[in-house]
Ligand binder design. Structure first.
Ligand code: GLY
Length: 232
């Protein structure tokens, strides 16, 4: 792969996952096939549109949230450099993301356990992406806000951590509005390919930089969505 988007450089290019959308559901067909090599050149990112660049940034923030607190601090403390696409800074961030993801997929290539944490923000994110037709990263960012709120409601992160997460997503313009009616959010979550019976493997944060997966019922996830008050 010669990886030309930030989304690909920090996530999709590593791990060999290939997916195809079908009949309004995300990535329901796919396979695992590892590339022989991946080239991630941050200089290529200078040509991306703002929307595409920030969409990729959402997946970088996801990686920080699930596995690397130092990366989170770096993204939080260097917003000017991130916004002007500083190649040195991006190179460091991309390396941290690739190293983390490579370690995860080395342990669990076919997503039977650990790899599921990479889906943080995606249960709600895919629902929002299908309903609003947002670019993937924006929908995932909105999903991460919700998943962070869900983690807060279970006492797994503090209010201060939740505020840091939503503040960071907001400062990069990554929290577009969404208001999916209660009857439709249930249907959309049901389309999650990770669903098994009436349950989904939901990724929670147990502090910034640490993710855990727990089964929740579709109705519990839908109820949380409908009662959550977004930051925006
Ligand atoms: N993008 C999530 C994964 O590769 O598993």
């Amino acid at each position: 792969y010669v990886s030309t988007s930030l989304l690909s450089q920090v996530d999709a290019s590593t791990g060999g996952k290939n997916g195809v959308n079908l009949e309004g559901a995300k990535n329901v067909l796919g396979c695992f096939k590892q590339p022989e090599f991946v080239i991630c050149d941050p200089a290529m990112l200078s040509t991306l549109t703002e929307e595409e660049y920030y969409s990729g940034l959402a997946e970088l923030i996801k990686t920080a949230l699930i596995g690397n607190r130092k990366l989170f601090d770096l993204i939080e403390n260097n917003q000017a450099g991130i916004s002007r696409r500083d190649p040195g800074l991006l190179s460091m961030c991309i390396s941290m993301a690739v190293n983390f993801k490579a370690a995860v997929v080395t342990e669990d290539e076919k997503e039977t356990g650990l790899r599921r944490i990479l889906n943080f923000g995606h249960t709600y994110g895919h629902a929002i992406e299908m309903y609003k037709s947002y670019r993937h990263g924006y929908a995932v960012a909105a999903g991460m806000e919700l998943a962070s709120g869900f983690s807060l409601s279970r006492g797994m992160i503090t209010r201060e951590e939740h505020n840091r997460i939503t503040g960071l997503l907001n400062s990069y313009g990554l929290l577009p509005g969404h208001d999916i009616p209660a009857d439709q959010i249930t249907q959309l979550i049901m389309k999650d390919k990770k669903k098994s019976g009436n349950e989904v493997s939901f990724v929670f944060l147990n502090g910034i930089g640490n993710a855990v997966t727990e089964k929740v019922t579709v109705s519990e996830a839908a109820e949380f969505y409908s009662q959550y008050k977004p930051a925006n």
